[in-house]
Write a protein that binds this ligand. Structure first.
Ligand code: AMP
Length: 314
């Protein structure tokens, strides 16, 4: 099933303990689209400024991503984000966020984008997520990601946006912040209890610790793929979402049940593990399907155990 994604299309300046890059291609929708492109047709919706050129578009085109819904705003500036990571990459500080052309963006989707059966509202101002969701009336599966900035500055709109999707994908700490619940399970179940319409699946991203999936009746958790060297975690969450949602899309008419979503998480986890090995989109841009399949198989192996019950005292 074709996938449409709206979200930041950006230039990122990033500093990690392993180096820095200025104004590299980034953005939630870009990381998502590159990852999802391994599974199905992907189309990106969003604006870019005059500073966004053919070289940037080519990174997406080379992966077969449809860029015809990317709007070029004359005289405008592309979304810009700058961030710096702590010594163990466990913490990140946002140094700058400039909405640029996203500030006045009024999405007008093409017929093909509106008809997409799978929709991902990647991280961006929630009013825009809602405007896009309203136009995609045929979506069979819609998911949404967000971040602390929007929880803090546009909470009501974000809650309305969440009510329009089937699946919420959010950082563990942001899920707690959104709900003011101190524990992950409690926070996820709180969102589920907001009721219909609203998500029936919550996926909590836990950075280097992996991700958890929570529904009303189930819990599933997968660690991150074990890596000795991580260079730049920027976009890992979006790449994870791209693998996850891309897998769902590629399964076509199959029922989107717990088992399918567990496998989808494994693909998202594998994709994210490649993303963090180099800066920005560098690694995923030259990834192969065979490499992804190899890591999914390895992930299956490292997460497997079989119980051999023993007599327990007491
Ligand atoms: P992640 O590391 O998965 O949280 O995503 C990093 C990406 O999110 C970067 O490429 C940024 O361009 C983008 N980003 C950062 N802040 C925002 C924001 N407030 N809204 C939308 N996208 C953002």
């Amino acid at each position: 099933m074709p996938v449409t994604v709206v979200g930041s299309i950006a230039f990122d300046s990033v500093k990690t303990p392993f180096g820095e890059r200025t104004r590299m291609l980034g953005g939630a929708a870009v990381h998502f689209a590159l990852a999802a492109s391994f599974f199905d047709d992907v189309r990106v919706v969003g604006p870019v400024g005059e500073d966004f050129g053919e070289a940037e578009l080519d990174v997406l085109r080379r992966r077969g991503v449809d860029v015809s819904d990317i709007e070029h705003v004359a005289g405008g500036e592309t979304f810009f984000w700058a961030g710096e990571y702590g010594w163990d990459l466990g913490s990140r500080e946002t140094l700058d966020t400039r909405l640029g052309v996203f500030a006045d963006f009024e999405p007008k989707l093409s017929a093909s984008a509106r008809e997409s059966e799978v929709l991902f509202l990647a991280n961006i101002q929630p009013d825009l997520q809602r405007a896009v969701r309203a136009q995609c009336t045929g979506a069979r599966f819609a998911a949404l990601d967000s971040m602390n900035l929007w929880i803090e500055t546009a909470r009501d709109s974000l809650i309305e946006a969440i009510a329009t999707v089937d699946c919420l994908v959010l950082n563990d700490s942001e899920l707690r912040e959104l709900t003011a619940k101190p524990g992950l399970l409690g926070a996820a179940r709180e969102v589920l209890a907001w009721g219909a319409p609203g998500p029936s699946v919550i996926i909590a991203k836990q950075g280097e610790y992996g991700a958890a999936m929570i529904t009303d009746s189930s819990y599933f958790s997968l660690p991150a793929f074990p890596l000795e060297t991580v260079v730049d975690p920027t976009g890992a969450g979006d790449t994870f979402a791209g693998g996850l949602i891309g897998y769902v899309a590629a399964c076509g008419a199959e029922a989107i049940d717990e088992e399918l979503l567990r496998r989808a998480m494994a693909y998202g986890t594998a994709l994210a593990s490649f993303n963090v090995e180099e800066f920005g989109t560098e690694r995923v841009a030259r990834l192969t399907g065979q490499e992804i399949a190899g890591r999914v198989a390895e992930l299956e192996r490292v997460t497997h155990f079989s119980d051999a019950p023993i007599e327990l005292r007491g």
